[in-house]
Design a protein around this ligand. Structure first.
Ligand code: HEM
Length: 518
């Protein structure tokens, strides 16, 4: 204000000079304020060779809720505070873009919802969110059960008969692929029983996305290398197979929509094809085929890797907590029995849901959210300058000793009574972000929870699982989600003494938690 006043009084002389001096001082002050951010220093070797969120946790314990991390000329700002996280994701969301994430994912998701920013994101979010309406999710639940039983009666039954251990990370990856293929574009991958060129192509693209998010030099940006380096050539070939398959599915779905005429209700749900693709085409969403492919591919990846990882780490936790397995079983036996769970029954599986909530706290997928500041933003005494690349460490928030008692312990009862609300970023004040928060929150949260609960209920009812002896210890490595280093190998046995199926009358007596009673 004083600068403006000076300018008004003396537009060409001393006032202008003063204004320039003050503006420059302001810029310098802001730069210094940013420089005052605690800066993590140390040997880069401390970070290399570990999943990135592990050293970030140690640095958080040392440097606190906001600090700068420098790799040569590149700086990242690491945020591990619920209030700052709310500011970035919700209050000041306009000031942030997806930054490096968009650059990394461009080759496979283009302008899909996850990497898109600005107007494209706004338009596509408005078009896609309605596709995941209540009736759609309810219609998917039957399919979740079908796929889960198909896997249980196929691959797992074979393993139980032969006594051979099963690699469960791979199993869940395939289960989630089968489910998301049907849900997004009504495609029958059936990857639990076979491999075909489309499945191989999808996995090649998925692995490439993860590889690019951790590779130090983006050599694939140089066109000749895209064709000369064998792994890049394989990736280009895979994308061609995927694009052709998607074009075929889009054409088939368009033909079906035309054949059906306008013969569906407001929710555009079709019995012959209840997929998201069908919704988008039937609701008259006018977009280019490239944008539609980007959207479908984004949904396929977003809905596949995450759910598969959640199920993998949930099984790992359950292998160490037999008391939780018993409580899940008591619920599933009482509520569901041998059939396919319905939406109403899934809502009754409250402890099973809490196990998944707690698994997503301990192993958040993804463990880090990426943003870039488009303008300066102020966090208490610190200014984060425009252009900064930011990592919100969900891992740090979820395991913070300041936010959670015994943060590293598995305790599904920590979120309060089972008849309370399902925990999310709002109930936990942005200390818990299993599906992100603010306007870019996950659009598949309900879908994913139902899918994970169904898969777990079907497995726990039918089999006993135990970590397979003699196999490598289960370690973590990171891509977009947390993977195991050498798989999650488990022995599978048919469950002994399965109680008779229930006649659910809604009054389920559940065992008391040993944790809540202590
Ligand atoms: C966004 C987690 C399942 C579609 C997100 C975000 C998180 C997340 C944390 C926010 C990312 C950010 O702010 O940078 C999960 C987890 C899942 C899951 C843990 C499974 C347990 C799904 C499913 C779908 C889906 C099943 C689709 C059917 C999306 C999309 C976005 C998103 C499209 C981007 C939204 C936007 O930017 O507007 N997810 N997700 N997710 N998720 Fe999920």
């Amino acid at each position: 204000r004083p600068v403006r006043k000076l300018l008004a009084q003396d537009p060409v002389g001393i006032g202008r000079l003063m204004a320039l001096v003050l503006a420059r001082a302001g810029r310098e002050w802001r730069a210094q304020a940013a420089a005052r951010l605690p800066t993590a220093t140390g040997d880069i070797r401390e970070i290399v060779g570990q999943p990135v969120f592990v050293p970030l946790y140690n640095l958080y314990l040392r440097y606190g809720k906001i600090f700068k991390l420098s790799f040569g000329p590149k700086n990242f700002i690491i945020i591990s505070d619920p209030g700052y996280t709310r500011q970035i994701l919700q209050t000041n969301a306009d000031k942030y873009s997806k930054g490096i994430l968009s650059e990394i994912l461009d080759f496979v998701m283009g302008q899909g919802l996850i990497p898109a920013d600005g107007e494209v994101w706004k338009v596509r979010r408005r078009a896609i969110v309605p596709a995941l309406h209540k009736k759609y999710v309810a219609s998917m639940v039957h399919m979740f059960g079908d796929c889960a039983v198909h896997g249980a009666e196929g691959k797992l039954a074979e393993a139980a008969a032969s006594g051979e251990p099963v690699e469960m990370e791979n199993y869940f990856s395939r289960l989630a692929l089968d489910i998301i293929g049907k849900a997004v574009f009504n495609y029958e991958f059936d990857s639990l029983t076979h491999d075909d060129p489309v499945i191989v192509a999808v996995y090649t693209a998925l692995r490439e996305a993860e590889y690019r998010s951790t590779a130090p030099i983006p050599y694939w940006n140089f066109p000749p290398l895209r064709w000369l380096v064998p792994r890049q050539r394989r990736c280009q070939d895979a994308l061609k197979v995927i694009n052709e398959t998607l074009d075929g599915l889009i054409a088939k779905c368009k033909a079906l929509v035309e054949e059906e005429g306008a013969d569906f209700g407001e929710d555009f749900l079709s019995e012959r094809d209840p997929s998201i693709l069908h919704f988008l085409l039937a609701s008259g969403d006018e977009i280019s085929s490239k944008q539609l492919r980007d959207d479908l591919m984004t949904l396929l990846i977003a809905g596949h890797e995450t759910t598969a990882a959640v199920l993998t780490w949930t099984m790992y936790l359950l292998a160490q907590h037999p008391e939780a397995v018993e409580r899940i079983r008591a619920e599933v036996d009482a509520v569901v029995g041998d059939g396919l769970p319905t939406v109403e029954q899934l809502r009754e599986l409250r402890f099973t849901t809490r196990v998944i909530n707690e698994s997503m706290r301990l192993y958040p997928q993804p463990p880090v959210l990426i943003r870039r500041a488009l303008e300066d933003d102020v966090f208490d005494e610190y200014t984060v300058p425009a252009g900064s690349d930011i990592f919100i460490s969900v891992w740090n928030l979820h395991r913070s000793p300041q936010l959670w008692p015994e943060p590293n312990a598995f305790n599904p009862d920590r979120f309060g009574p089972l008849d309370g609300p399902i925990p999310n970023e709002i109930t936990e004040g942005f200390s818990y972000l299993p599906f992100g928060g603010g306007r870019r929150k996950c659009i598949g949260d309900q879908f994913a929870l139902f899918e994970a609960i169904t898969a777990l209920a079907v497995l726990m009812r039918r089999y006993d699982f135990a970590l397979a002896p003699g196999k490598p210890e289960v370690g973590m490595t990171t891509g977009a989600t947390i993977h195991t280093v050498a798989g999650l190998w488990m022995n599978v046995k048919p469950r002994a003494d399965v109680p008779a199926a229930p006649h659910s009358n809604g009054s389920v007596v559940l065992p008391v938690s040993p944790l809540s009673s202590s």
